[in-house]
Design a protein around this ligand. Structure first.
Ligand SMILES: [Cu+2]
Length: 87
């Protein structure tokens, strides 16, 4: 019984809150670029949802707390775009 309670506490500790990460993305010129950036973000661990704005060169990413903004930028850079985590 004690063991069950401990596992429940552990589970609760793992269900963290979401974070909203803002990124400045450069080099996007058309809707296909937006799609590429969205797909790159979707491949990053912890990312749940992303909105990418072509005109503004921005992306907003909903992710769980364990996700690293730097990893999101790395994924975008690997797809051939520039990225900086917005402060
Ligand atoms: Cu494009």
């Amino acid at each position: 019984m004690k063991k069950v309670l401990l596992s429940l506490v552990a589970l609760a500790a793992f269900s963290q809150a979401d974070q909203l990460v803002k990124l400045n993305v450069s080099g996007m010129t058309c809707p296909a670029c937006v799609k590429n950036v969205k797909e790159s973000l979707g491949g990053v661990k912890g990312v749940k949802e992303s909105s990418v704005y072509l005109k503004d060169g921005r992306a907003e990413v909903k992710a769980d707390d364990s996700a690293k903004p730097e990893a999101m930028c790395d994924a975008i850079k690997q797809a051939g775009y520039g990225c900086k985590v917005a402060k």
